[in-house]
Every structure is written in structure tokens, then in C-alpha cells.
Design a protein around this ligand. Structure first.
Ligand code: PEP
Ligand code: MG
Length: 901
């Protein structure tokens, strides 16, 4: 078996297509060399060897040694130098490189092949002692750390090498490394060797071959170091063989005059502008540019400093873009006026840069529209729409976050900390900007949440109430910031000893989960400004490129995209973002506003049916008005409206003060309220008296809601706007539940149509159900007999399918994901192997029983790209998600369609 592949100008054994085997770096070095771009020659040891190493307790395949020997000889031939030779030494770098780039996660060793004897020879060959000993001390430092494991013992300890370096600098009064003389560096080398021997118990190996093997093994070991594992977990990178090892002839950017090193992007990674973007340092090596010890210069200055090299570099820039047909991230070194490329890879960039670079590449004729659509990462796409914390402001003032939570809803926000929804509303009324900070939120907080600039919770995960509602509103949210100790009574938060009182300013970054105890400038998204008419399209390049790109997306998309929305305002936003209808209106959200909650509580507290009906009669006109607003905003698009779902206790206050207030308003005894709250108390309310179970025990609730929907539909129809109501029964597990509720809805609907003198052809209403109880999925053929549509409630289906309480699973799901039990949180990314099977089964059974059954999904997964791909493949008609995720869902749906072509 071939374990080692050579690369060098005109002689590469591999190419750019071999990323799995050679890693991205190895494959691209081979490819660049094949293109005639100057690359120092070298060889790549395959990722299969890494896998072998992991599986055989650190042993390598038998043939490896001979193959490395042979390739070392090839390398010596290509460079005219010899490894371990004192007269004309070949020095190499040893770098990791997996199929997917993991910047900075694994280790690199430079200048390998130096020892006490060779360093002296190098000094005279280069005519530069300083350079030779600087290279040697760097090798000792990297090798001592990476291979021999000499690291700080605790986080608080200084790096043992940096400590010595600082001491030597202090002794000679130098502030920069470059101020050290050759003699200083020699002393540094001696001290580095001594500290290695003392602390590790072994001397730095003088034999270059031993160094090489030590470095190769260290790279393989680094595949499983904690930071690399964490990076893979965070970025959903799984299924790779391991890392390859690249051994490459050294070129030196630190050999004095005419030498340097740099990194660059072929386009701007922040904005996407077609401009060469990068930085470099003269007389420097490798890490110096990124390490921040010396300030690098912008790449354009190289045009003055070394015009020929700059011209060659810009030539390579366009050659690489033409060849790879995407933005590249490159590393280069200049050795005595000679340019070498050390790396090229697809550049990581912001959502803004993705959009601009791809749209412009289509205009330039470099890529097709389909390629642009397939490439832009859908996971990051919603970042285009959120307000943003001004990063310049943060950098200028050197602000650092006081703590962190989950990046639950993207966007930046700044405002006064408040600890209750009421306080949030009062301050917002006075025109103040607030950040609502709660231990966790509940539907009662909705008023405060809707006026807040941002929301922070100390508890709860990515599908907690705060996270879901915030994403729905496009409100930035940091959830589950566990270090926050919130004292509602004292109206203050403590974080690691620092106190923040009510009214003091907080800023949050929902992209990262960072929380700052300072005011930071916030900028709104231009796209939103144009969509809401606050800005002209011609003034926003971002908007124009977004609109053009979304046109390409919709050309390819076959899956419909609807929105989860409960108010005309949300509907309008979603429609502006391209929603084709409503997939879920959670009617209960409407009951919390203003007087409604009073009537709702009256209904819950009523002793009998007559009392309930009296309270429902007060709610009817309010609901009707809500639905009218929604139908008007939809302008003929369909609306799936769900009947009441949550357990009733959610509408009642649980604290004594709240209960007293309600007693006063309703004119009943506080005991009556307390008793009702106790009577409604359930051990697991998410499995209790909720969903269609409410309508089955109190059919008058469903009657009122069906009437409100139909009356609203008739009124809007009469006003000349067509309507397509779809009434949805929640939490059905047994077909008879649905049959009973359907009967109620149809009876009322027919009554209303008759009263209004309209026909079903004019108001083409549908009755359907959510599929969110496993039993309903398994008996979907029976259920379809009573349903004209299914909408998968994958939040509840995940809760019941996996047996995880949606309210409490956040406590342990992180551990589950860390241990690889689930690849991702199943409340965020559909558990395709389990819950997904229930979805597929229900689709098949349902369509068998009713071929024209309409299928949709309205759980949180409707906005998750990997889940959308699954729903496309499962044959659903549409996905539904919160308004701000609509463009993401459109993009993910188009990508799913393209992937199947
Ligand atoms: C669901 O269960 O997926 C759903 C959409 O309903 P809710 O989250 O309101 O229970
Ligand atoms: Mg549900």
C-alpha cells in the first residue's frame, strides 16, 4: 500500500482531488505544484496511516519506514541538500492537515533537522549566525512543546520557553525578539536545551531522523488532542480518517534582507469585496504574522517594498482563483527575493463575504448560479439579517465579555438590564432600550420580550422558550448563561463577583453568546432596512446582491417555505422574506396580550360550561380580529391555524402576588385562584392536559376558535382578499381524538358559512392535524382518514420519540452530544435515524390512505438546514419556520434540490 506521496514542481504524485487521503493541505500543495506555482518540495503521509496509528496503539504500518526513506531521498534530490548533513543541510517543516481544515487546532514544527553541529554549518553557509541560531531556538521551542510535552503545568503558569526568552531579553535590555544578537540566541539555545533535559528527563534528540519520527508521531497524536476534538464537535466535523502529515523542505522568511512571510485572502473575508487582502512581515518566520508579537503590514505595502514579488504574488492570486474557482486563503514565504507558496485553501469568511464573493463570481463568469447556491453555508445565512454589534467599537475600546451563554438568536443588542417583563415594558414605554434578563422566560413574559432589544437567560437551551420566541421575533438572545446569578429581589446580577444592577447597561452578541457589561454601538441589517422601506434598494449593495441571489435560490427550490407567525407584523416580515404562507399560528400566544389574558383566566376559573362560554364569548371578537389581521397580511396565501395547545396553568400566575392581582381584577377570592392553580398542577404538563385533550374535555374552546377563524375568513373574503384557512388540531395520538375535534370544527364552519351566505368554494377551508405523538405517526393511515393535511410537530415528536422532556433535557443533552450519543442536539437538528423514521413512516402511511394529503413541518427543525434536506428527501410539501429563518430555509431547500440532481 502506498503511504507516502511526493509533491514538487512538475512531479506531484497526488492532486487536489485527493483531500480524503492527503488532507486539504497535502492535496492542495500537490495541486499547486502541478500548476507550476512555486512550492517547496516535500511529501505527504496519508490520513490512512493516522487511522492505523489510532487503531494500533501508536504503531505504524510496516511499509511506512522504507517509503519515508525513499521520499526523503527524493526530497534531497529535488533540493540538492541532504537531511542530517552538516555541509549542505536539508531542513524540513512537519505540519498536520486533515481533509477539512481545522485552523490552528493541531501542531506544526519548523526547522526540523537542526542540531548542535548542523546549526554551526548553517550559520556559515547562510553567512548569518543570527538567522541560524534563531531557527534553532525556534525548533527547540516547538519540538520541546509539541513532541516532548514541555508545556505550562497549569493555565496560570507561564510558558517555560517564553519565560526564558523574556529573561534573556531582560538581561540584554531588548524588547523585541529581533533585537537579540547571535550571541544572545546562542545562550537562549543552551538554556532551552537545559530546561528540556531538566523538566522532561531526556535531552533534545540530536539525530535528525529521530526528530522526524518524533514530529510525525506528534502530529498523529494531535488528532485527538482536546482542542482538536472540541473544534470538530463544534463544527459538526465527523467521519474523517484522521490527519495527514506534510513534510516539506524549509524555506526561510527570516534569513535577513529580502526575506519575509505573509498570509492573504484572494478576496476580503469580511466583506467579500474583490480586493487582495492580507498582511506580511519582513524577516519573519511562520507564526510571527498571526502571533501578534510584531504588527504586520498590509499586503499593498509589499508593492512598494518588493514590486517584483508583489506582481508575482498577484499573478498567483488570480491563477489560484481561476483554478479553484473560489476565494483562497494563502500562505507564502519570501526567501532572498524568491517567492514560495506554502498553502492554499478555500477561505473561511463571514456570511456577508460569502454572499458578495459568490454573486460577483457569477457576474465574472467564474462560477454558475447553481454553484453559488450550493456553496453558501445555509447555517450562517441568517447572520445577514440581524443587527450587529459594532466590532470596531469593541476593538477600539478593548472590551472583553464578562461572561458567555448559548448563541440562541443572532444579532447584537445594547440596553439597560431589567429583570422583569413588566419593568421592560414600562421602561420601553418611556423610550428606553432594555435587555431583559431572566432566570428563564415563560409565555407571561411575552410583552416584555417583544419590547426588549435583547434577551438573556441563565437557564435553558436552544429550544427553551426564550430561544424559540427570540428567534421568532428576530430578537438577539443569549440563553443558558449559567454564570449569571440573578437576584430578582435585590434586582441585581452577580457574575464572578461583579454586580450589575437594574438599569445598568449590558450588550449582548447573539452570534457568539458573549455578554458585555458596557454600552456598545449597534448597527441594523441593511437588508431589513430595505425590506421595511427605511432604505432604498439602490443605496444598499448588500440588499441588491441578496435579492438577486434569492432569485437564483427560488429557481432551484421545489420545497415550499412557510412561516410560524402569530401576528400580522410577523406575517408581514415573513412575507417580505419570501414566506409562501403560514405553517403554524400558535393561537395561545394571542391570549397573553392586554385584556385577553383576563378573559382567558375567567374562562379557566369558570365553574361550569356556561361560565366558560360566557368568557369565551369575550374572547371571540378579539380572536376574530387577530385572524382578520393575519389573513389580510397574507393576501391570499394559506394559513395553518392551530387550536389551543398549552396546558391551562400556563395562563395563571404561580406566585402569591400575581394571584392576588388576578383575584382583584376578576373580583374573585384569592383562594379560588390558588385552588385552581393547584388543581391544574401537573407532574409533566407537556404530556398532560394540553393539545386536543383540552378541546375534547371543553369542546366550547374549539368551537369558539373555529368560529373566530371562519368569521374572520368570511369578513376578509368579503373585503376582496382571498383566504385559505387550514385549521389544525394539536397533539393527536388516536384517530378518534381527531374525528371528535374535526366534527366540532366542521359543524361550526358550516354554521358560519351559512350565516354569512358563503360557500366552501369561496372559503376553501381544510381541517388537518399535527403529527407530534408517536402513536399518530404509527397509525398515520388511520389518522389520514380524518385529516386533509399533516404538519409534523417535531418538537413534541422529538420529546416523545426520544423520551426527552423539552423543558429539562438541556441539562444533560450537552453531555450526550459531547459523548457522541447524538451528533447534535436532537431538538435543533432532527434525529433522522429515530424521529426521522417516524416522519417517513407517517408520510408513507398517510399518502397511501390519502394520496393528495398535504405534508408540512412546523417544529423548530423547519429552519435547520440539515433537517430541511431530510424533509425534502422525505417528500414533504413545505417546511415552516420563524420569519427570520425563512431565507435560510429557502436556501437550504434549494441546496437539497441541487444535491439530488
Ligand atoms: C411542535 O411540537 O413541534 C410544535 C410545533 O408545537 P409546539 O412547539 O407549540 O408544541
Ligand atoms: Mg407541539
Amino acid at each position: 500500500m502506498k503511504h507516502v506521496y511526493f509533491f514538487g514542481e512538475g512531479r506531484s504524485e497526488g492532486d487536489g482531488s485527493m483531500k480524503e487521503l492527503l488532507g486539504g493541505k497535502g492535496a492542495n500543495l500537490a495541486e499547486m505544484a502541478g500548476l507550476g506555482i512555486p512550492v517547496p518540495p516535500g511529501f505527504t503521509i496519508t490520513t490512512q496511516v493516522c487511522r492505523h496509528y489510532q487503531e494500533h496503539e501508536g504503531a505504524h504500518p510496516e511499509a511506512l519506514e522504507a517509503q519515508i526513506e525513499k521520499h526523503l531521498q527524493l526530497l534531497e534530490g529535488a533540493t540538492g541538500k541532504a537531511f542530517g548533513d552538516a555541509d549542505c543541510p536539508l531542513l524540513v517543516s512537519v505540519r498536520s492537515g486533515a481533509a477539512v481544515s481545522m485552523p490552528g487546532m493541531m501542531d506544526t514544527i519548523l526547522n526540523l533537522g537542526l542540531n548542535d553541529e548542523i546549526v554551526a554549518a548553517l550559520a556559515s553557509a547562510a553567512g548569518d549566525e543570527r538567522f541560524a541560531y534563531d531557527s534553532y531556538r525556534r525548533l527547540l521551542q516547538m519540538y520541546g512543546d509539541v513532541v516532548m510535552g514541555l508545556k505550562p503545568e497549569t493555565e496560570a503558569d507561564p510558558d517555560p520557553f517564553e519565560e526564558i526568552l523574556d529573561a534573556v531579553k531582560a538581561e540584554v535590555g531588548a524588547t523585541l525578539d529581533t533585537e537579540l544578537s547571535a550571541e544572545d540566541l546562542k545562550r537562549l539555545v543552551e538554556r532551552f536545551k537545559k530546561v528540556i533535559e531538566q523538566k522532561v528527563g531526556r535531552a533534545f534528540p540530536q539525530d535528525p531522523k529521530e526528530q522526524l519520527w518524533g514530529a510525525i508521531e506528534a502530529v498523529f497524536r494531535s488528532w485527538d488532542n482536546p482542542r482538536a476534538m472540541k473544534y470538530r464537535a463544534l463544527n459538526n466535523i465527523a467521519g474523517l480518517l484522521g490527519t495527514a502529515v506534510n513534510v516539506q523542505a524549509m524555506v526561510f522568511g527570516n534569513m535577513g534582507e529580502g526575506c519575509g512571510t505573509g498570509v492573504a485572502f484572494t478576496r476580503d473575508p469580511a466583506t467579500g469585496e474583490n480586493a487582495f487582502y492580507g498582511e506580511y512581515l519582513m524577516n519573519a518566520q511562520g507564526e510571527d504574522v498571526v502571533a501578534g508579537i510584531r504588527t504586520p503590514k498590509p499586503i499593498i505595502e509589499l508593492a512598494e517594498e518588493m514590486p517584483q514579488v508583489y506582481e508575482q504574488l498577484t499573478g498567483i492570486r488570480s491563477k489560484l482563483e481561476q483554478h479553484y474557482r473560489d476565494m483562497q486563503d494563502i500562505e507564502f514565504t519570501i526567501e532572498r527575493g524568491q517567492l514560495y507558496m506554502l498553502q492554499t485553501r478555500t477561505g473561511k469568511r463571514t456570511a456577508f463575504s460569502w454572499l458578495r464573493s459568490q454573486v460577483e463570481m457569477v457576474h465574472e463568469g467564474l462560477i454558475t448560479k447553481e454553484e453559488a447556491v450550493a456553496r453558501i453555508p445555509a447555517d450562517d445565512y441568517s447572520k445577514l439579517f440581524a443587527p450587529i454589534l459594532d466590532q470596531e467599537d469593541i476593538a477600539n475600546r478593548k472590551l472583553v465579555p464578562m461572561t458567555q451563554g448559548l448563541n440562541a438568536s443572532p444579532g447584537g443588542a445594547s440596553g439597560q438590564a431589567v429583570f422583569s417583563a413588566e419593568e421592560a415594558e414600562q421602561r420601553a414605554e418611556r423610550g428606553e432600550k432594555v435587555i431583559l434578563v431572566r432566570i428563564e422566560t415563560s409565555p407571561e413574559d411575552i410583552g416584555g420580550m417583544s419590547v426588549a432589544q435583547g434577551i438573556v437567560t441563565a437557564r435553558g437551551g436552544m429550544t427553551s422558550h426564550a430561544a424559540v420566541v427570540a428567534r421568532g421575533m428576530g430578537c438577539p438572545c443569549v440563553a443558558g448563561a449559567g454564570e449569571l446569578h440573578i437576584d430578582y429581589g435585590a434586582r441585581e446580577i452577580t457574575v464572578r463577583g461583579t454586580k450589575i444592577r437594574e438599569g445598568e447597561t449590558l450588550s449582548i452578541d447573539g452570534f457568539t453568546g458573549d455578554i458585555y457589561s458596557a454600552a456598545i454601538t449597534v448597527k441594523p441589517s441593511e437588508i431589513l432596512q430595505v425590506l421595511t422601506g427605511q432604505m432604498k434598494a439602490e443605496d444598499s449593495l448588500l440588499y441588491r446582491q441578496y435579492a438577486e441571489f434569492m432569485g437564483w435560490v427560488d429557481e432551484r427550490r421545489t420545497l415550499g417555505v412557510r412561516t410560524n407567525a402569530d401576528s400580522p407584523r410577523d406575517v408581514a416580515t415573513a412575507v417580505a422574506f419570501g414566506a409562501e404562507g403560514i405553517g403554524l399560528t400558535r393561537t395561545e400566544h394571542m391570549f397573553f396580550e392586554g385584556d385577553r389574558i383576563v378573559a382567558m383566566r375567567e374562562m379557566i376559573l369558570a365553574e361550569d360550561e356556561a361560565g366558560r362560554r360566557a368568557a369565551l364569548a369575550k374572547l371571540l371578537p378579539m380572536q376574530r380580529e387577530d385572524f382578520e389581521g393575519i389573513f389580510c397580511a397574507l393576501d391570499g396565501r394559506p394559513a395553518t391555524i392551530r387550536l389551543l395547545d398549552p396546558p391551562l396553568h400556563e395562563f395563571l400566575p404561580h406566585d402569591a402576588e400575581g394571584q392576588r392581582d388576578v383575584a382583584d381584577v376578576l373580583g374573585v377570592k384569592v383562594e379560588a385562584i390558588r385552588e385552581k392553580v393547584e388543581a391544574l398542577d401537573e407532574v409533566n404538563p407537556m404530556l398532560g392536559h394540553r393539545g386536543c385533550r383540552l378541546g375534547i374535555t371543553y369542546p366550547e374552546i374549539s368551537e369558539m376558535q373555529a368560529r373566530a377563524v371562519l368569521e374572520a375568513a368570511c369578513a376578509v373574503h368579503k373585503a376582496g382578499i382571498s383566504v385559505r384557512p387550514e385549521i389544525m388540531i394539536p397533539l393527536v395520538g388516536h384517530v378518534r381524538e381527531l374525528a371528535l375535534q374535526r366534527e366540532v370544527v366542521v359543524r361550526v364552519a358550516e354554521e358560519v358559512l351559512k350565516e354569512q351566505g358563503l360557500s366552501k368554494a369561496e372559503i376553501p377551508y381544510l381541517v388537518g392535524t399535527m403529527i407530534e405523538v408517536p402513536r399518530a405517526a404509527m397509525t398515520a393511515d388511520e389518522v389520514a382518514g380524518e385529516a386533509e393535511f399533516f404538519s409534523f410537530g417535531t418538537n413534541d415528536l422529538t420529546q416523545m420519540g426520544c423520551g426527552f422532556s423539552r423543558d429539562d433535557a438541556g441539562r444533560f443533552l450537552k453531555t450526550y452530544v459531547a459523548q457522541g450519543i447524538y451528533d447534535r442536539d436532537p431538538f435543533q437538528a432532527l434525529d433522522q435515524g429515530g424521529v426521522g423514521k417516524l416522519v417517513r413512516m407517517a408520510c408513507e402511511l398517510g399518502r397511501k390512505a390519502r394520496p393528495n394529503l398535504k405534508l408540512g413541518i412546523c417544529g423548530e427543525h423547519g429552519g435547520d438546514p440539515s433537517s430541511i434536506r431530510f424533509f425534502h428527501d422525505a417528500g414533504l410539501d413545505y417546511v415552516s419556520c420563524s420569519p427570520f429563518r425563512v431565507p435560510v430555509a429557502r436556501l437550504a431547500a434549494a441546496q437539497a434540490a441541487l444535491a439530488n440532481e
